[in-house]
Design a binder for this molecule. Structure first.
Ligand SMILES: Cc1cc2nc3c(=O)[nH]c(=O)nc-3n(C[C@H](O)[C@H](O)[C@H](O)COP(=O)(O)OP(=O)(O)OC[C@H]3O[C@@H](n4cnc5c(N)ncnc54)[C@H](O)[C@@H]3O)c2cc1C
Length: 443
């Protein structure tokens, strides 16, 4: 079987390694950059390596499964501490616990809110209220807790719109654990078996891994070597001019022609359509993300690897304290803040406005002194960071495009390839599922 893969991010790399391990012996991977990794890359400023997200690899991540040797290059984190900053400036276990809620709001509010949750759910059921948006679904499952834990604001910040306009795909893809944990039968079951304290205990992994201290490049050069050892033909620095889908040919800007039997595409779906001359009659929306890079003389929050913003304030959503697991660099602590810019921030002053906005969130907290002194040493804008599914977004149209391509032996994988809200682990799994489907259909 002759398989060609477009894009060498995690999706393309895992697909190539997995396909080779399953005996596909004619594999080419075409990547426009000069190395593998795609969005898995760090930005180096003055010897500090910053990721543009919070990349942790759980033991079940398929990248580790397909390239087990990467584990030796990665940094072990045991356990990973993910915390939330609450509305009242306290710290809680991410995303929220009953204990943390009580610290913020007190026992009386807790009791009233449990009552509010139950009555709200009964009311919605009796009135036959239809769940149309993320807002409806979260209100149903969490009642007053939805607003007061800061979850509603978190979603609004992430999407840059009211959660009442956000389509249900978002909660199905990213928040299905809430529906699973807080459905009525589950609550009753836990109460009857006296496990109510487990209702809001979140699954944590005692062991996780982070990319090597020296950056993603060493990890992906190892992966590149492994792929070459498996006879995968890696084509770097290739610009695709056209894809002739009926002839199964790829024409590159330097006039070369690549033929394929099956094509796996992880490049953005819009680009695939353009290169193959297929109209895409859906408007795809994205939200951009700013990564702000900081150094600091002192540790901001001890024993915290990642901090989520569950307050009503600020446009930042998450801080990743790199030095809490890589150690300090030049005796300095360093961390990255992910901020969701508004239109007014996409100009020269935007970054300093977001810096101020981030620091202001901590006013009246015990961390303000240290945060104020942290120095912003760089930033990076990722346009098209998150796919946006609004309430009226037609996901069926995306499925139709996928089906059309699959009839032409082109399979879509990856975050932008599928236009799906996928984490790096989901992307790797989806690449493997696609290869398995391909192998099954060839049998
Ligand atoms: C800002 C941000 C933060 C994130 N944070 C996290 C996080 O903390 N945890 C997590 O699990 N996930 C996170 N993600 C998601 C994660 O990065 C992605 O799911 C994953 O890296 C996507 O991999 P991919 O292979 O689908 O795409 P990509 O990594 O985008 O790979 C696509 C590849 O295709 C190549 N390409 C594009 N056009 C062409 C062309 N014409 N010809 C040839 N090659 C081409 C690109 O150069 C790229 O290498 C984040 C994403 C973003 C944007």
């Amino acid at each position: 079987m002759k398989l060609t893969i477009l894009g060498g991010g995690v999706a393309g790399a895992v697909a190539a390694g997995y396909a080779a391990s399953k005996g596909i012996n004619d594999i080419s991977l075409i990547e426009k950059d000069m190395s593998l990794g795609g969005l898995h890359r760090d930005i180096v400023i003055d010897d500090f390596h910053y990721d543009i997200g919070a990349f942790f690899f759980w033991p079940y991540h398929k990248l580790i499964h397909v390239f087990p040797g990467v584990k030796d290059l990665m940094v072990d984190i045991e356990p990973l501490y993910c915390l939330s900053l609450t509305e009242k400036g306290n710290l809680d276990l991410y995303p929220s616990t009953l204990k943390g809620y009580m610290k913020d709001w007190g026992i009386t509010d807790l009791c009233l809110d449990v009552f509010g949750l139950v009555t709200n759910r009964i009311k919605m059921r009796l009135s036959g209220h239809k769940i149309n948006s993320v807002d409806d679904e979260m209100k149903y499952y969490l009642g007053p807790f939805y607003q007061k834990t800061g979850l509603r604001k978190y979603i609004a910040r992430l999407y840059g719109m009211s959660p009442s306009d956000v389509g249900l795909e978002f909660s199905q893809k990213r928040m299905s654990f809430i529906a699973e944990r807080f459905r009525t039968s589950e609550i009753l079951n836990k109460l009857l078996t006296l496990k109510a304290n487990r209702l809001n205990q979140w699954t944590t992994f005692p062991i996780s891994y982070a990319r090597p201290t020296s950056g993603f490049s060493s990890m992906y050069s190892y992966i590149g070597e492994e792929l070459k050892r498996q006879n995968v033909n890696l084509c770097f620095g290739v610009q695709i001019k056209e894809i002739l889908i009926d002839e199964k040919k790829i024409i590159t800007s330097d006039g070369k022609v690549y033929t394929y039997e099956h094509l796996l595409s992880s490049i953005p779906i819009t680009l695939l359509c353009k290169l193959s001359g297929i109209p895409l009659n859906i408007k795809l929306q994205h939200k951009s993300l700013y990564s702000l890079f900081y150094v600091s003389n002192s540790e901001i929050i001890p024993k915290c690897h990642v901090l989520y913003n569950f307050t009503e304030r600020g446009l930042w959503k998450r801080i990743t304290f790199h030095s809490s697991y890589y150690g300090t660099e030049k005796n300095k602590h360093y961390f990255v803040v992910e901020a969701m810019p508004e239109e007014r921030h996409l100009n020269d002053d935007g970054v300093s406005m977001l810096d101020q906005d981030f620091k202001d969130t901590f006013a009246n907290t015990e961390f303000f002194g240290n945060i104020k002194k942290a120095e912003l040493i760089g930033s990076h804008l990722t346009p098209n960071a998150y796919p946006i599914y609004t309430k009226d977004f037609d996901t069926g149209a995306i499925d139709e495009v996928k089906q059309f391509f699959s009839r032409k032996s082109i399979y879509l994988v990856g975050r932008q390839g599928e236009f799906d809200y996928l984490s790096s682990s989901d992307v790797a799994q989806s690449a493997i599922n696609t290869i398995n489907r391909l192998l099954n259909s060839a049998d």
